[in-house]
Design a protein around this ligand. Structure first.
Ligand SMILES: [Zn+2]
Length: 319
């Protein structure tokens, strides 16, 4: 089995997608990747620029970060050519690895736009190396910038950052330094193609938490009425747990609940609300055993929420 460590650069319009009505908010302009064998040793590389079809001028932020010029891109091959070569290069059933959770989603959005099938017709496992690094090296699992992680473990910086290939190359080097088997059990799941029916739903067990990826529903309300979505029972012993805090939504992006199992203690239940590309709703829900102190925080938070105070959501660093 091979690993494909992937990084993309993309360009965007100057207007927000809701104003311009574009079907493709982020147009991929470069694909860089490194192939690793089963022992995480580099065995091949892929690096190609892509000729833009939608955004013909460089967004000022993109230009500032990655130092690519439109003249260069216009000499490149279009997405359909590059993508076909890339898929062939990837080979059969690779495990994708990226820095952060976004690249595979945007890749598939571009693929769909240009008439390719997505990478899978259902959620699939990949490694978010940024998350793995945070689990193994950061006390509070804080996500770091790639270069910070590279510095922290003393990887030699022999090529410049912020091009697709170099970022894939450094991500591969960081990935090779992930040592603990326990860390490597923490796969992420790409949900560009959420489950289409009950049979395709996924329940994944990660030791100290579980994850449920639901099928899609026509509305948020219908989803939140579903028994399995609402369920707050213990994911370890499957016994009925006592409801401590009813679901509340601190940000509108997710619902939080708290229950208690007689044997395993407090369980934090988080129902994230996701929207599919065909405008339906599904959830990525987690249930996690937490400490009494953490449970107390949720109780306080829910009371403040009842009193009308909305607490800001925790920020999660992306890149
Ligand atoms: Zn239990």
């Amino acid at each position: 089995m091979n690993y494909i460590v992937l990084d993309l650069e993309w360009n965007q319009g100057s207007q927000s997608p809701s104003v311009s009505g574009t079907p493709l908010p982020f147009e991929i302009i470069e694909i860089g990747a490194v192939k690793l064998n089963n022992d995480r040793v580099m065995i091949d590389e892929f690096s190609e620029l892509i000729k833009p079809q939608i955004y013909k001028t460089m967004h000022y932020m993109t230009g500032k970060i990655i130092h690519l010029k439109m003249q260069e891109l216009n000499l490149a091959k279009p997405f359909t050519d590059v993508m076909a070569r890339f898929l062939e290069w990837c080979g059969k059933d690779p495990v994708f690895c990226t820095w952060g959770p976004l690249d595979l989603y945007e890749l598939q959005r571009n693929m769909t736009y240009y008439g390719f099938k997505p990478l899978s017709d259902r959620p699939f496992a990949f490694y978010d190396v940024q998350k793995l690094f945070a689990l193994e090296h950061e006390e509070n699992h804080k996500r770091l910038a790639l270069e910070t992680a590279v510095d922290q473990i003393g990887i030699e910086k022999d090529i410049p950052f912020h091009r697709a290939f170099s970022d894939a190359y450094y991500t591969a080097k960081v990935f090779a330094e992930i040592k603990r088997d326990d860390t490597l059990r923490h796969y992420s799941y790409d949900v560009y193609s959420p489950p289409k029916n009950k049979e395709a739903e996924q329940v994944l067990f990660f030791g100290n938490y579980d994850k449920y990826i639901s099928r899609t529903f026509a509305s948020k309300e219908a989803m939140l009425q579903d028994r399995k979505v609402k369920n707050c029972d213990c994911y370890i012993c499957n016994q009925k747990a006592q409801k401590i805090v009813k679901f509340f939504s601190p940000t509108g992006k997710y619902y939080l609940g708290l229950s208690k199992c007689d044997v395993h203690g407090f369980i934090k239940v988080k129902v994230r609300i996701r929207k599919s590309e065909d405008d339906r709703y599904f959830t990525v829900k987690t249930r996690k055993i937490i400490t009494p102190a953490e449970a107390e925080e949720i109780i306080i938070r829910s009371k403040k929420f009842k009193n009308g105070k909305r607490l800001p959501a925790k920020k999660e660093g992306k890149k």
